[in-house]
Design a protein around this ligand. Structure first.
Ligand code: PEP
Length: 252
């Protein structure tokens, strides 16, 4: 049995004081929901404030990115051990990082290995662009991102990885995929790519999320699919009632 997983990616939203307000409101609402791994991912600068408020809440904290090196002359970057002091999770290879910051599969893989070193649970994002979707390249792109991005970690660490299937054309557009179509990608492309790396057992143990315009209204459609274990939520994670509804749907 895979424990359902819901993570909120706040992206570049909320100041430190706004983070305190939103975390406080979410903590109150989400505490009654059990049986779901819940994670909030505010911007780096707000992680310390969020960590203090989340203590004992049963809600985890994640960063949206990190560098792969341990430390050194990388102005503006944040090292894995720095993230680890505050967080249990880190999002890696989000499509916005791939598109605007030139993150390749190789970079994502280096970051994954860095996460393993400090024992952070990585949420690795994969997904095809609209152009790739329209030219029937979904299988090729998603399989490649999964096998290149996830390769080379230990068989002990691999089951801890969380994968998020996020079709780029569905992110922030209000045009979510369908539960059935997303399930096909997870079942036929992502889990087989993981199985090739780590075997069938690990491929079945790893949580795979859907992300892309998930709301309280459509979450159930994705969570009722056998291969989808939760959601990575962008816009709706900034709205208390929506994120609550999504988390509640994951618990069912
Ligand atoms: C995301 O950024 O990971 C995401 C899924 O965004 P949204 O839910 O806003 O589409």
């Amino acid at each position: 049995m895979r424990t359902p997983f819901v993570a909120g990616n706040w992206k570049m939203n909320k100041t430190i004081s706004e983070t305190r307000e939103l975390v406080t409101a979410l903590t109150l609402k989400l505490k009654e929901i059990g049986g779901v791994e819940k994670v909030l991912c505010p911007p780096f600068i707000s992680l310390a404030a969020a960590a203090a408020l989340l203590e004992g809440s049963g809600i985890g904290l994640g960063a949206q990115n990190m560098h792969w090196e341990e430390k050194g002359a990388y102005t503006g970057e944040v090292a894995p051990a720095m993230v680890k002091e505050l967080c249990g999770y880190v999002i890696l290879g989000h499509s916005e990082r791939r598109a605007y910051f030139s993150e390749s599969d190789e970079i994502v893989n280096r970051k994954l290995h860095a996460a393993q070193k400090v024992n952070l649970t990585p949420i690795v994002c994969v997904g095809e662009t609209l152009e790739q979707y329209e030219s029937n390249q979904t299988r090729e792109v998603v399989s490649r991102q999964t096998s290149q991005g996830l390769k080379g970690v230990t068989s002990e660490f691999a089951p801890q990885i969380v994968v998020a299937y996020e079709p780029v054309w569905a992110i922030g557009t209000g045009k979510a995929s369908t539960g059935e179509a997303a399930n096909v990608v997870v079942r036929d492309f992502i889990r087989p790519a993981i199985a090739e790396l780590y075997g069938q057992q690990t491929a079945q143990a790893i949580r795979v999320l859907y992300g892309g315009s998930v709301t309280g209204a459509n979450a159930e459609e994705f969570f009722s699919q056998p291969d989808i274990d939760g959601a990575l939520v962008g816009g709706a994670s900034l709205k208390v009632d929506d994120f609550y509804a999504i988390t509640k749907a994951a618990a069912r």
